[in-house]
Design a protein around this ligand. Structure first.
Ligand SMILES: [Zn+2]
Length: 157
């Protein structure tokens, strides 16, 4: 087979914007409003197993119980897992290349049973360790989305 026969062509179909909105629901709204207006993190407690989840959701997945009890959580927690991203890529949420390096972690907030995923500050990488204590740093201008938490920073606690 000649090289010309193996040539594969691709064609672009242009660019299209597809803006969309969706409801974050009853508990999602409460969570984001409290975060935006009072820099507070809300969780929700299961009436059966007593587990607390963040962000709040309607149903406890292990016991299928409907949850109604919102609880205020600490803005401090423990870093359970993390990664440091060093290769740039196009952020699907913004469509632009995110500057690297940056950190992303699973944080177990105090008083909560599940982990919360967010950016972590890696300014001093020597402090970024599994089990490190972290604290939320809130954005100055909050808009009612998860980026109202700028990132979690390592703290001596
Ligand atoms: Zn439960």
């Amino acid at each position: 087979m000649s090289e010309k026969e193996m040539e594969l062509l691709t064609k672009g179909s242009g660019e299209a914007e597809q803006p969309f909105r969706y409801s974050v629901g009853r508990w999602g709204s409460k969570f984001l409003i409290e975060l935006r207006d009072h820099k507070k993190l809300l969780g929700i407690r299961c009436p059966k197993c007593q587990k607390v989840y963040v962000p709040p959701r309607q149903v406890c997945s292990p016991c299928f119980q409907r949850m109604e009890e919102l609880v205020e959580l600490s803005d401090k927690g423990t870093l359970m897992a993390f990664t440091i991203i060093r290769f740039s890529f196009i952020d699907p949420e913004t469509g632009i290349t995110r500057p690297v390096p940056y950190g992303y972690g699973f944080i177990k907030l105090d008083g909560c049973d599940n982990s919360f995923q967010h950016f972590i500050n890696i300014e001093d990488e020597s402090k970024v360790k599994i089990g490190a204590r972290v604290q939320a740093v809130f954005s100055e201008e909050r808009k009612g989305n998860l980026m109202d938490i700028k990132y979690f920073e390592m703290i001596d606690d």
